[in-house]
Design a protein around this ligand. Structure first.
Ligand code: ADP
Ligand code: GN1
Ligand code: MG
Length: 375
C-alpha cells in the first residue's frame, strides 16, 4: 500500500515523517510504503526528492523484544559494514551496492530513539534488486550459496572477539530445546493439546540438538564470524542478471559456526513450499537445489573450510531446520511473542513445514553426503 504524506488523517504517515527528519538525508520526503517480508523488524521504504532526483531509503523500527540491546546490535553492524566496505573499495566494487550502508542521525548516532523508546535505523535502499522467499532458479540459488559463503570468507580476518553476542545461544540447539521444554511445561497460551504430534516428533529426534553444539564447545569446530540468519530473503539479487548483490539483515552477526549459515540457506531454499504453507503435502526437500547451493557455498568459502566443517555439511540443514521448527513451536506455545504472525496458528503451521522438511531430509542423509563430498 502506498500512502502519500501530507494528509493529517494518516497518523502513521505523520509519525514516519517525524522519525525520518532525525536522519541526515538531503531532500524532501515524498512517500512511504511497507516493504520486505521479514519476521522481526518493521521495514518501510521511503522516497525522497533530492533536487528533482528520487532516491529511496529503508527505514526500520527495530524489534526491542527480540533484541534487548539495540545499541550493541547497531555497533556490530556499523563496525562490520565499515570493515566490509573498505574491502569492497579495495576490490574495485561499489561499497554502497555490495554492502548495506547505515545513515547516521543528524546528531551523528547510528539510530534514533523516539519518545516511546522505539529504536529506528535508516539505510540506503539497494535498487534494482529482488529477494526471494522460494528458490525458483537453480543458477540464482547457486549464486545465493556462493554469496553467503563469500560473506564468511570476507569476514575471516574480522576479530570474532570484537563482536557483541547479540542473542546469546542463538543457535545453541540444546538450549533451544530446553526453552521449548519449559514452554510446554508452562503452557502459557493453553495450546499444548493442539500440537502433541509435533511435540512428540521433536522429542523423538532430540539427539539432533547436540551434534554441532558439542563440537563447537569442545573446539573441534572453529568459531567464526557468521551471519546466523541466512534465510534466502536476506540476500538481494540483481533483478536483471540474477547475480548476488548484497547480504542484508546483519542483526545477528555474531560468533558462530559456518554450519549455521550453510544450514539456514538449505532450510529456506531447498523447501519446495513456502515456510508457512498450510498444505503440508506440498513440502518436500529438493535435492537438486541442495546440490546447487552446496556447490556455490563451498566455492564461496574457499580454502578456509576446515575438514571438521566439511564432515558435517550434510547434517547442517537438518539441524537448523529442526531448530527452527522448535523455535516456531516454542513461540506458538508461548502465545506468539517473538515472530510476527498474521493468524493464531501461524507459528504452528510454520513448525509443521519445518518438521516435515526434517523428516524428508533424514531420509536423504547419504545422498546429501555424497553431494557435498563431490565439491
Ligand atoms: P527482518 O529482520 O524483519 O527480516 P530485514 O533487515 O531482513 O528485516 O529486512 C526485510 C527485507 O527488506 C529483506 O528481506 C530485504 O528484502 C529488504 N531489505 C532490507 N534492507 C534492504 C536494503 N538496504 N535495500 C533493499 N532492500 C532491503
Ligand atoms: C527470522 O528476521 P528474519 O525474518 O530474516 C529469525 C531467524 C529465523 C527466521 C525464520 C533474529 O528471520 O532466526 O530463522 O525468522 N531471525 C531472528 O523464518 O530471530
Ligand atoms: Mg530478514
Amino acid at each position: 500500500m502506498l500512502y502519500n504524506l501530507g494528509s493529517d488523517l494518516l497518523q502513521w504517515g505523520n509519525m514516519i515523517k517525524n522519525i525520518a527528519k532525525n536522519f541526515d538525508i538531503p531532500g524532501v520526503l515524498q512517500a512511504y510504503d511497507d516493504f520486505g517480508g521479514g519476521h522481526i523488524n518493521e521495514t518501510i521504504a521511503l522516497s525522497y526528492n533530492e533536487d528533482g532526483v528520487f532516491k529511496r531509503y529503508i527505514l526500520q523500527k527495530l524489534n526491542g523484544v527480540v533484541f534487548p540491546n539495540l545499541a550493541e546490535l547497531m555497533e556490530n553492524i556499523v563496525n562490520v559494514t565499515t570493515f566490509l566496505q573498505k574491502k569492497y573499495i579495495a576490490m574495485g566494487e561499489d561499497p554502497l551496492r555490495k554492502c548495506i550502508n547505515i545513515i547516521k542521525t543528524i546528531d551523528g548516532k547510528n539510530y534514533y530513539t523516539d519518545k516511546r523508546g522505539d529504536v529506528w535505523r535508516m539505510m540506503i535502499m539497494i535498487e534494482s534488486t529482488v529477494s526471494y522467499d522460494l528458490a525458483i532458479d537453480n543458477q540464482v540459488f547457486e549464486k545465493t550459496g556462493k554469496a553467503f559463503g563469500e560473506f564468511i570468507s570476507m569476514l575471516d580476518d574480522y576479530p570474532v572477539d570484537g563482536l557483541y553476542e547479540i542473542i546469546p545461544d542463538f543457535h545453541n540447539t540444546k538450549s533451544r530445546f530446553e526453552t521449548f521444554r519449559a514452554a510446554i511445561k508452562a503452557n502459557d497460551a493453553k495450546r499444548k493439546k493442539t500440537c502433541k504430534k509435533e511435540i512428540n516428533f521433536i522429542y523423538e529426534n532430540v539427539n539432533l540438538c547436540n551434534i554441532i553444539v558439542d563440537k563447537l564447545v569442545c573446539g573441534e569446530l572453529p568459531t567464526r564470524v557468521t551471519h546466523n540468519d541466512t534465510k534466502i530473503n536476506n540476500i538481494l539479487m540483481d533483478e536483471k542478471t540474477g547475480d548476488a548483490v548484497c547480504v542484508v539483515d546483519l542483526d545477528t552477526i555474531m560468533p558462530g559456526s559456518l554450519l549455521y549459515d550453510f544450514g539456514d540457506g538449505i532450510r529456506s531454499g531447498c523447501n519446495t513450499a513456502y515456510e508457512d504453507e498450510k498444505d503440508i503435502n506440498l513440502v518436500d526437500f529438493d535435492m537438486e537445489k541442495f546440490e546447487y547451493f552446496s556447490k556455490g557455498f563451498i566455492a564461496g568459502v574457499g580454502d578456509n573450510m576446515k575438514q571438521e566443517e566439511k564432515d558435517l555439511l550434510h547434517m547442517a540443514g537438518i539441524i537448523i531446520t529442526f531448530e527452527c521448527g522448535i523455535r516456531f513451536l516454542t513461540d506458538y506455545l508461548n502465545g506468539d511473542k517473538y515472530f510476527k504472525t498474521t493468524y493464531p496458528e501461524h507459528n504452528l503451521v510454520r513448525c509443521r513445514t519445518q518438521l516435515m522438511l526434517v523428516s524428508k531430509m533424514l531420509d536423504k542423509i547419504d545422498e546429501m553426503k555424497a553431494i557435498v563430498g563431490k565439491y
